[in-house]
Design a protein around this ligand. Structure first.
Ligand SMILES: Cc1cc2nc3c(=O)[nH]c(=O)nc-3n(C[C@H](O)[C@H](O)[C@H](O)COP(=O)(O)O)c2cc1C
Ligand code: SF4
Ligand code: SF4
Length: 338
């Protein structure tokens, strides 16, 4: 029996959902599979704040709309890569993870790369002496960009043996915050449908892993020239679309004081620890962030917004709520039949 570990970060729950699907499929195939949320493994707020890595969109936000009250604390990704050192806090991971035959690292795609907190974690990993097999996984909205190459590069630099990558698009959770309404049932049905497709891909991936672990050489996927040619325009449009979305619809940090009940949810939920309360007890974000959208989505009174375009718009309730909406609908349809 093989043992697998899936280490993940998830902003709004979609990557967690994907990790759970992979776990479910692995267990069906006889694996023992553990899930590990990065936020339970370490205090990523502390880890990130010591050496914050910024992706392009955060840098652009700071240049365009500086939150000039504080000095700019971020390290650009290229500089972070050059200055990579092992973090003593994580040095025990090689022995802790010794029993796993394979480890997957997963994150949402942000700005065509893994989420900055996942990048920080990977850069801080020790260099493994034994080349353990690892793979990456991701959820995104159609433009994974450099994610896979980045993961392959960083994990290989850490002495690990990168064996593959799997990703999937589920529901466009990030764009919920600029829509006037968000239909939970429609999104729930889409999530169910996408999950069925994802399971099929996961099965193929696990079959490939099985062969690999049994020493049978196998190739997981080959990009055919036709798929590259047809995929390119789609990829370009998507890339620029997401770039446009990030540039125009995120950033800023507005608050409706009349709606805020000072519950601290946003403060507690921020994986980068960037929200504090001001002297009057209202949230204040110190710097531009990675825009995981948790504070916006999980605020119980819709008191927060990033730009005018997100003000008063819909919020993403998380995959569990969507799945529940789809389940209830199916149940009531069945009851009507009888
Ligand atoms: C700040 C930000 C940047 C994003 N950048 C990309 C991107 O470059 N390409 C893409 O396909 N999706 C992008 N997305 C969409 C997310 O990858 C997608 O919604 C993902 O499933 C969210 O997973 P989570 O719920 O685990 O956070 C972005 C989302 C956010 C919030
Ligand atoms: S989560 Fe919303 S209501 Fe709670 S403190 Fe933050 S802004 Fe105020
Ligand atoms: S401020 Fe909000 S969007 Fe930014 S990292 Fe924190 S929780 Fe995520």
């Amino acid at each position: 029996m093989y043992r697998a570990l899936l280490v993940y970060f998830s902003g709004t729950g979609i990557t967690r959902h994907f990790a759970q699907l992979i776990q479910e499929q692995m267990e069906e195939q006889g694996y023992l599979c553990d899930l590990l949320n990065l936020e339970e493994l370490i205090d990523i707020t502390v880890l990130w704040q010591k050496k914050p890595v910024a992706l392009h969109y955060t840098i652009r936000a700071e240049v365009k709309r500086p939150l000039s009250k504080y000095p700019w604390p971020y390290i650009e990704l290229q500089d972070a890569l050059k200055a990579v050192t092992e973090n003593p806090i994580l040095s025990n991971l090689e022995s802790e993870w010794e029993d796993y035959d394979v480890i997957g690292f997963g994150s949402p795609v942000y700005g065509f790369r893994p989420a900055p907190v996942m990048i920080r974690f990977l850069l801080d990993l020790p260099v493994f002496k034994k080349p353990k097999r690892v793979f990456s996984f991701a959820t995104h909205d159609g433009a994974q960009g450099d994610y896979e190459n980045f993961m392959s590069q960083v994990l290989t630099d850490k002495g690990l043996k990168f064996v593959g990558h799997i990703d999937h698009t589920f529901v466009y959770s990030a764009s919920a915050v600029i829509r006037t309404s968000f239909n939970r049932l429609t999104a729930g049905r889409l999530l169910v449908q996408k999950s069925v497709q994802a399971k099929e891909n996961i099965k193929i991936f696990i079959k490939y892993l099985n062969n690999l672990l049994q020493g049978i050489q196998d190739i997981y996927r080959i990009a055919t020239p036709m798929s590259i040619i047809f995929g390119l325009p789609y990829r370009l449009i998507y890339s620029y679309g997401i770039d446009f979305l990030l540039n125009h619809f995120l950033f800023g940090f507005g608050i409706h004081k009349d709606k805020c009940i000072q519950c601290m949810t946003c403060v507690m939920q921020c994986p980068q620890g960037l929200i504090e309360l001001d002297d009057d007890g209202y949230p204040l974000r110190l710097y531009h962030c990675m825009y995981c959208l948790r504070c916006l989505n999980w605020c119980p009174t819709d008191a927060l917004y990033f730009s005018k375009l997100t003000n008063g718009k819909a919020r993403f309730p998380g995959p569990e709520v969507l799945l529940e909406a789809a389940k209830q609908d199916e149940l009531s349809a069945r009851l009507k039949k009888h």
